[in-house]
Design a protein around this ligand. Structure first.
Ligand SMILES: Cc1ncc(COP(=O)(O)O)c(C=O)c1O
Length: 382
């Protein structure tokens, strides 16, 4: 990383915490056994480490550890949840049915659903309101006789808005529809008890909470039909075969433990910094638009449009001083589909920035960012 560049992109990923790295260390070449080979001591240690980690994460989520399936991250969890449940359900009822989602979901939800569409499932994509949120009336109107699955993310990765997950969960529960939520961005920021929120399937990722990359989990509801994502040695209840990455799992559990220890206090600090950033920018720059609801939002996210500025120039100049994005890390540099879906035109979507604040961001960083952004936007407008 360039030390002179301010980093404001902690929603794309976070650095692996030193304590997490330390916790993982022995599992690379000391306790390196295969957790499925418990006929030798090294395998027993590995298996115990996996199960202790599973229990730690499950306890944080207030669920039975058996409901936690380790995957490579939220992308795989979303695929397993959506494709796995849809195919299993279609086999059960004899035909593909209807699935409802939101047009501002991450591509790791939208793309598997569009693949299912090609297999004969019908897909209804709800368009959120201008504030990025959907309401239950819209969801209710979209329900068809054969709707069997609803997928709505807990927190949006670009505009940070928090969907009414608990209301959606109750609605789906009443209707007998399975409810999946992509919680990659909300783990560590929101309380995610799937039983309280009536979530049937929940996708998680470790690298958004200062854990390692390449590990995540899918929380399942016992008894919900699910087709495996890959076949082989039958690990993870046969839903996700393959030798488990013990160091990554241990690191994931440590990251959850750390996140749990300071969640409330950290959220308060992040919110204070976010508000400082927003008020500073508002004070200095006229005609600035905040994208997405300000109230129903992750504490560390800000997404702003600067009308009258050319996106390529804005990002070209910002890049030299501040690392932030115009949208998702997985958007391949295209204008944000999320912003366009909430009514922002392509030109303004390009002239927008997503800033996300991290655990170690300081007040000095915030003030410096305000100064840099102000100068660049004012210069470009002249
Ligand atoms: C909302 C959301 N879902 C899914 C993912 C993909 O997660 P992973 O990198 O763990 O596959 C991301 C990562 O950017 C995300 O923000």
């Amino acid at each position: 990383m360039d030390n002179n560049q301010l980093f404001f992109d902690f929603q794309s990923s976070t650095p692996c915490s030193t304590k997490v790295v330390e916790e993982m260390a022995p599992y690379w070449n000391e306790l390196w056994g295969n957790p499925s080979s418990i006929n030798n001591r090294s395998g027993v240690y590995a298996s115990a480490a996996v199960e202790v980690s599973r229990e730690k994460i499950a306890s944080y989520l207030n669920i039975n550890p058996k409901r936690l399936i380790f995957t490579s991250g939220a992308t795989e969890s979303n695929n397993l949840a959506l494709v796995g449940h849809a195919r299993a359900k279609a086999r059960q009822v004899g035909k593909p049915g209807n699935i409802i989602t939101v047009s501002t979901e991450h591509h790791s939800v939208l793309d598997p659903l569009r693949q299912l569409q090609k297999e004969g499932f019908s897909l209804s994509e709800l368009q959120p309101n201008k504030d990025g949120l959907i309401n239950i009336e819209k969801l209710s109107e979209a329900v068809e006789e054969d709707t069997f699955l609803v997928s709505v993310m807990a927190a949006n990765n670009e505009i940070g808005v928090l969907q009414p997950i608990s209301e959606i969960g109750s609605f789906c529960h009443r209707k007998g529809i399975a409810f999946h939520t992509d919680a990659a961005q909300s783990l560590g920021y929101l309380d995610l008890d799937p039983d309280k929120l009536l979530i049937d399937l929940m996708s998680l990722s470790a690298h958004k909470i200062y854990g390692p990359k390449g590990i995540g989990a899918l929380v399942i509801r016992e008894g919900l039909p699910l087709e495996p994502s890959q076949y082989g040695g039958g690990q993870e209840l046969g839903l996700r075969s393959g030798t488990l990455p013990v160091p990554l799992i241990v690191g994931f559990a440590k990251a959850v433990e750390i996140t749990n220890n300071d969640q409330a206090e950290r959220n308060k600090r992040l919110l204070f910094f976010r508000n400082l950033l927003l008020s500073g920018l508002k004070k200095n720059i006229s005609e600035l638009i905040v994208n997405g609801s300000v109230d129903q939002r992750l504490p560390h996210n800000l997404n702003i449009t600067f009308p009258g500025v050319k996106g390529s120039q804005l990002h070209g100049q910002l890049r030299r001083f501040i690392f932030c994005t115009s949208g998702s890390a997985c958007s391949n540099g295209e204008a944000s589909h999320v912003l366009q879906e909430i009514g922002v035109c392509k030109k303004d979507a390009e002239a927008s920035i997503r800033m996300s604040i991290g655990r170690n961001t300081t007040e000095k960083d915030i003030k410096k960012a305000i100064e840099i952004i102000t100068n660049i936007v004012i210069n470009l407008r002249e």
